[in-house]
Design a protein around this ligand. Structure first.
Ligand SMILES: Cc1cc2nc3c(=O)[nH]c(=O)nc-3n(C[C@H](O)[C@H](O)[C@H](O)COP(=O)(O)O)c2cc1C
Length: 228
């Protein structure tokens, strides 16, 4: 991620890896719109270029001890950003597995980053997939913003591999980017700080060395601490 003086970095994540996907023309358009907006240094990040298999890291992502080169590459790329736009299709009223999988691979790399959504699909413009993604990303402490771009009947607006947005869609991208920049700015101190400590693992309750066991209510068993 960039330092306090630098221009903020926005990554636009292409959320479908399907051959023939419309995600790429939509993401290309979103990247061009973000360049014109001017609030960020913009990079298009295509999941196809990272070849992530279904999550195959044995350790919890929170520990950041990655065994595979594909995870290290993905981690290094995501760490660079201050904010994200997820370009997400709707599959069966939810997001693509490829996008969910890409999120699941990492943890600390996503912390405190704002994210906006460019969604697309049929009549609902992909909004049902966005609602699912919003729940998921809050678990890695991302800040999903309400402003977004929803593209209904996307297939009618892609010709020869180029997305040509209808007017309501065109008008919704700048407000999302402006708000994303505001969030990215205020979240930067959190994003550059060390990650919060992991929650305590479940296990026996322990008292500091040398301390007497805490008295329980009358009649309570103050014997050995719990073991499960
Ligand atoms: C497996 C699958 C499930 C789909 N389910 C939905 C859906 O629930 N709602 C919807 O609006 N469109 C649905 N669609 C249509 C997609 O939104 C549309 O094909 C879109 O182009 C997919 O994104 P992509 O081309 O970038 O992969 C589905 C498509 C696929 C392949």
């Amino acid at each position: 991620m960039s330092g306090a003086e630098d221009i903020m970095k926005l990554q636009i994540i292409v959320g479908s890896t399907r051959p023939g996907r419309l995600a790429r023309p939509v993401a290309d358009w979103a990247a061009e719109a973000a360049e014109k907006h001017g609030g960020f240094e913009v990079e298009l990040v295509d999941l196809v270029d990272y070849g992530l298999p279904l999550l195959d890291e044995p350790g919890p992502p929170r520990m950041g001890r990655y065994e595979h080169e594909h995870t290290r590459r993905w981690s290094a790329k995501i760490k660079e950003a201050d904010a994200f736009v997820f370009v997400t299709p709707e599959y069966n009223y939810g997001p693509s597995v490829s996008l969910l999988n890409a999120v699941d691979y990492l943890h600390n790399e996503w912390l405190y980053a704002p994210v906006g959504f460019v969604s697309y699909g049929g009549i609902a413009g992909g909004l049902r997939s966005v609602q699912v993604m919003k729940q998921v990303v809050t678990t890695v402490r991302m800040m999903p913003i309400p402003e977004g771009v929803a593209i209904p009947f996307v297939m009618q607006h892609v010709k020869a591999g180029v997305f040509d947005p209808p007017p309501p869609v065109t008008g919704s991208v700048a407000p999302m980017l402006t708000e994303l920049a505001r969030w990215a700015n205020v979240l930067r101190p959190l994003r550059t700080a060390p990650p919060p400590p992991p929650p305590p693992l479940p296990g026996p309750a322990t008292a500091p060395p040398g301390s007497a066991p805490a008295p329980g209510p009358p009649g309570a068993d103050t014997g050995p601490s719990r073991t499960s």
